[in-house]
Design a protein around this ligand. Sequence first.
Ligand code: MN
Length: 494
Amino acid sequence: MVERTEYRIEGATGDWEVVMGLEVHAQVSTAAKLFSGAPTAFGADPNTNVSLVDAAMPGMLPVINRSCVEQAVKTGIGLNAEINLWSRFDRKNYFYPDLPQGYQISQYQFPVVGEGQISVEAEEGYTFVVGIERLHLEQDAGKSIHDLDPNATYVDLNRSGVALMEIVSRPDIRSPAEAAAYVKKLRSILIALGTCDGDMEKGNLRADVNVSVRRPGDELGTRCEIKNVNSFRFIQQAAEYEARRQIEILEGGGKIDQETRLFNATTGETRSMRSKEDAHDYRYFPDPDLLPLEIDAALIDRIRADMPELPDEKRQRFIDSYGLTPYDAGVLASDADKAAYFEAVAEGRDAKLAANWVTQELLGYLNKQDIALADSPISAERLGGLIALIADETISGKIAKQVFAKMIDSDDTAAQIVEREGLKQVTDTGAIAGIIDKVLAENPDQVAQVQAQRAEGHAKPKALGWFVGQIMRASGGKANPQAVNEILAEKLGL
Ligand code: MN
């Protein structure tokens, strides 16, 4: 077991610890909005996916979308959280041009999902647990567009009323890297559940990052919240910048003002947006247009019985049934596409070999070229064919790498390439013996050296390895290495 890394920032006056908690807004995957029948499709013309409810026309009444509630329950189960059979919608009042109602319908005191927890794998190899405080349903706002006209702001209400799950973590995160790892894990769970598509570029998953610093072991410090950070890298950058900013203030004798800040991806800095509001600033009160949300226990049972396999379960299955190392299993199970690709390669074949080739050769190549797995030039079927040739010793692992390189630029199967290029491993002992005889005859000095070393009592004379290299080269890399070793030892009288 790898110990959790103690992340510390060295200040002018000593070490500081970073404490973080995240509020993640995840757009619920549903066809219609939270309280109206308008579609949620992305990329429609401005103000075309807007019902009278979303535009807050007078007299309109919200009607809850059952499928949004089911998705929230499913997510709650996936986060090992308590599902509240009774919850309530409140109005969160504030003014903004892209919020036509003048309030957001959200959940405050009584969220639909209560406490839960997830375990997160850090890049360093350790696992840590992050508590989930709550998950509540709420409406998204519209969008203000400031760059279409120098003198005017446009408002697009397509996003107005789209359902969001706000997932609030406990302040259990202790470094910027852990924050990114947490969102990665959360995202993989949501995608596996099918409750959010996790598309961060479209803003369908975005994080409010709460950061405070303290002397190791001290009470919690005052936190600042960085709004709407929408990439793993930005989450890490924003947190790092913010922690150092706070340390500088504290070491200069100042104090931290609780505030909401914005991250500028271009400069990598955060800047103040507004002083942090408290709950009472929003004048929360129960929405009189909506009855409390009461969930039937049978609905929860039905959803629980129909849960898909989650990343943690998949990882365990990869360890148990394929014999993968926890690390390889984690890499492959963390992403639905990678997991499906691996399973297609491993099906009916040597699974450990399949895992090695997928994680090292294939993903290594794709990462280097910045190609998505979905666009891989080598399909799972073709990579499986290559692995079959290694497993039945038609080719060596070394030759397989050459074949792999050729497969990238061709549609041929591994077997076709091996056949065409004459790369089949030579297992014919007569042929190998012939090559060995030739190499030995050309290098009498080295033969003498091996025998001298042997006479001095070396069990494995160094020069032996040199011979193996020469023989493999003379065979074009095709000689079966095991046969080479055996026949060579025999010929040298070892
Ligand atoms: Mn929110």
